[in-house]
Design a protein around this ligand. Structure first.
Ligand code: ATP
Ligand code: MG
Length: 446
């Protein structure tokens, strides 16, 4: 992309109404624009990041055997009356009446809708297990929308629903979600700690939330300091290996880690003092096992081999896709702006032309631009007639991992400067090796 063709409404001023750094940086870098309280447009740069997050979420879900689909945002009230949640959900639910006076709602979550789909088509135990998921916009009329897309009213969520024949199988589905979520966060460049959590309006008795530690996080958390060092890394996950999966889950959940709602001071105090950590975190996902809560209310059964009927065991599992974009910025920024991890960066390489209009410099910039594009990477070429300082500040603000600077001195010496956004280190490379260097830097992150 050439900057002169792009839409990047950046601003130098720190917006006064944005309290946390991710919200400030998203506004300043032209990623989002508020349309109403808690409701945002995703401008081109923001959308690119959102879509990269979505892609990683999709890939990790499908590796775990979960099936993508798409349910609508608008749902009929009748289904929610069946589960009893139409009244329970209260003011958080946006209720709509259509032209025929039928009651509808903008979905805050989809347990009812998916249970209705399940009971319409799945009749036999032989068709289980099944996990269906989608990535779709939700609406919750939050009392206090704040921190930009972090706590929006309209937000993008991945929500998946597991259907199993019995409790052990349902726990296996829960474990698949726990591990695939950990993989997802790690791939994105985040560490999220699974913590025992309260189930809230979704219901059920077993739940974990995933928290990214951040001073600005809304959740108060208590955990064993040892939890912070557990990672999957390059470990291969075999989702068919039930025992192996359980061992991985145990490894990640055996230490004390809880949110405020489930915190147990006497258990916490049994930890050695130096390992008792109290902190704040951003909830980027939650998984629930709730058994037959919805299948019972909505009569979702399967026929067993002996002809009898059994209520299906369910779980629901959510990732805050749009919130993750904010969480990523909270975790990866410095005083100059965003520092995107390679897996989610909107552009891979920033090309800065220091003397736009100079035949030789323009030519080298074009060569590098074409080479990087041909390799399947996405460069952002600053081809504006602007001061060097302003060009550097823009690229720093929007956080592109590598910056290639082409100017008169470099051209004279046949060397190009390549700078790493996160370490701020600079390398001088011969002109014809710049493209290969960039390709190598992004291997595995395309
Ligand atoms: P919270 O406690 O933050 O209100 P929740 O527990 O009600 O969230 P879930 O039903 O668990 O939310 O939804 C799954 C995920 O969706 C959450 O873990 C969170 O990452 C994200 N999410 C929930 N509410 C919002 C919101 N208002 N804005 C952005 N993301 C949200
Ligand atoms: Mg939650």
């Amino acid at each position: 992309m050439r900057l002169t063709n792009y839409f990047l409404p950046i601003s130098k001023e720190v917006p006064t109404d944005a309290q946390i750094v991710s919200h400030q940086l998203m506004l300043r870098s032209g990623m989002i624009k508020q349309s109403a309280s808690g409701i945002y447009s995703w401008l081109p740069l923001g959308l690119k990041v959102l879509q990269r997050v979505e892609k990683v979420v999709h890939e990790e879900q499908q590796k775990a055997g979960h099936l993508p689909m798409l349910m609508p945002t608008i749902q009929p009230a009748e289904l929610w009356r069946e589960s009893g949640r139409y009244e329970d959900y209260g003011k958080e639910m946006l209720r709509i009446t259509d032209r025929h006076e039928r009651e509808m709602l903008y979905g805050p979550t989809n347990e009812e809708l998916i249970t209705d789909i399940f009971r319409s088509f799945i009749k036999s135990y032989k068709e289980l297990p099944k996990t269906l998921y989608h990535i779709q916009w939700k609406f919750r009329d939050e009392v206090r929308p704040r921190f930009g897309i972090m706590r929006g009213r309209e937000f993008l969520m991945k929500d998946g629903y597991s259907f199993d024949i019995d409790r052990p199988m349902a726990i296996n589905a829960y474990n698949r979600h726990l591990v695939s979520y950990l993989k997802t966060y790690e791939r994105l460049g985040l560490q999220a700690i699974p913590m025992r959590a309260d189930t809230g309006p979704i219901g059920g008795d077993y739940s974990h939330e995933f928290l990214v530690l951040a001073k600005t996080g809304e959740s108060k958390v208590f955990y064993d300091g040892a939890s912070q060092h557990i990672k999957l890394g390059n470990e291969y996950v075999d989702y068919e290996d039930v025992g192996g999966l359980q061992r991985t889950v145990d490894r990640f959940t055996e230490n004390y880690a809880r949110t405020e709602e489930t915190h147990d001071l006497s258990l916490f105090n049994q930890l050695p003092e130096e390992r008792q950590v109290e902190a704040r975190g951003i909830e980027v996902g939650q998984i629930f096992y709730f058994g037959t809560k919805y299948s019972e209310a909505m009569d979702a059964t399967v026929t067993l081999a002996d002809g009898s009927k059994k209520l299906v065991e369910m779980g629901s599992h959510g990732i805050g896709v749009s919130r993750l974009v904010g969480a990523l910025i909270e975790a990866h920024h410095d005083e100059d702006g965003i520092v995107w991890p390679k897996a989610v960066t909107p552009f891979h390489v920033a090309i800065v032309n220091l003397k736009q209009g100079d035949t030789e410099i323009d030519k080298v910039c074009e060569q590098i631009y074409t080479g990087i594009t041909a390799a399947g990477l996405d460069p952002l070429y600053d081809d504006r007639e602007e001061r060097a300082g302003a060009k550097f500040a823009t690229m720093d603000l929007i956080g592109i991992p590598l910056r290639v600077t082409v100017g008169p001195r470099g051209i004279r010496e046949g060397m190009i400067e390549v700078r790493c956004r996160s370490t701020r280190t600079v390398k001088e490379l011969p002109i014809n090796s710049v493209v290969d260097y960039c390709i190598e830097e992004f291997r595995g992150f395309e």
